[in-house]
Design a protein around this ligand. Structure first.
Ligand code: AMP
Length: 285
């Protein structure tokens, strides 16, 4: 059974004594409702570190008005069982009163990074992400923290945050885990009806299509993006595309696409907003 902490002061004291013994701490921040993507992060952390800490916290600060903060799936008992199966040492599941007894006035902005793509459709989102991570890093003082490429822009934002502030934590990226049919695992997939889930497969399939054109020599970003958009829009329940972009490793727009550039997209299927991304030049295909 992992040790469960709710109070920042208690887990801070506990981990301080762990660090005194010379042990390294791997940290996996999550919003819970754990799936195989989270399990992969945990497994990677267990390989690299003496001790693995998983946080389970639906952070209100990263949700905008009218978003799914209230309806976000929550099941702490189930999450703790999964953590136990995976051999997690410590679970940190604070309440809002523990994290935000007083609302922070600090605002974190990284111009050109937090205000594009997700940031332009979800203003304030990355501020909330950065604030909660800064708090977690300061409470837990982990040696390494694990982030999924599924949230590719978030990974870039966190890497930049850590670099700009010289935070003593190594950010470890973890490739996206997909279901057998290609759907990127996400706690939000639980919102999808069976029919909507079928349409959601169009995201992955549009990546395969773009990858095929790329391998055939197509390098025009605009054309590849149009192909993806048109393909996804053919599917029922697709309520709109927020963006389909192809960006370089710094998330700068590209006209001529090269290997290693990323397709990033956000699509609304029924009432569910899904994000996914794909590295062009994927060797596995
Ligand atoms: P979340 O609980 O959705 O906030 O995600 C917590 C962490 O798990 C983040 O670093 C995500 O990028 C990562 N993650 C979520 N889904 C996946 C996935 N399908 N594959 C890999 N990592 C994921």
């Amino acid at each position: 059974m992992p040790t469960l902490f709710k109070k920042p002061r208690e887990i801070r004291n506990y981990l301080r004594s762990v660090k005194c013994e010379g042990k390294t701490i791997g940290f996996v921040p999550t919003m819970g409702y754990l799936h195989d993507g989270h399990r992969k992060l945990i497994r990677d952390s267990k390989v690299d570190n003496h001790m693995t800490v998983v946080s389970i916290y639906v952070n209100p600060l990263q949700f905008g008005e009218g978003e799914d903060f209230q309806s976000y799936p929550r099941d702490l008992d189930r999450d703790i069982s999964i953590c136990e199966e995976e051999g997690v040492d410590v679970v940190f599941a604070p309440g809002d009163e523990d994290m935000y007894a007083e609302m922070p006035s600090l605002r974190v902005e990284i111009p050109g990074l937090t205000d594009i793509l997700e940031g332009s459709f979800r203003p304030g989102h990355f501020n909330g992400v950065c604030i909660v991570l800064l708090k977690f890093f300061s409470i837990l003082q982990p040696d390494r923290a694990y982030f999924g490429e599924k949230d590719y822009q978030q990974l870039k934002v966190v890497q930049r945050l850590v670099k700009d502030l010289s935070l003593p934590v190594e950010i470890v990226p973890v490739p996206t885990v997909r279901d057998h049919d290609g759907l990127a695992l996400s706690s939000r997939n639980t919102y999808l009806t069976a029919e909507e889930r079928e349409s959601a497969l169009s995201l992955y399939r549009s990546f395969l299509l773009a990858e095929k054109f790329f391998k055939e020599g197509q390098r025009n970003s605009e054309l590849l993006r149009e192909t993806i958009r048109n393909f996804i829009l053919q599917h029922p329940h697709v309520n709109g595309i927020d963006y389909v972009e192809i960006r370089d490793e710094n998330l700068m727009p590209v006209e001529e696409v090269k290997e290693g550039d990323r397709i990033l997209l956000a699509v609304r299927i029924g009432k569910t907003r899904l994000i996914d991304n794909w590295r062009l030049g994927n060797e596995e295909l």
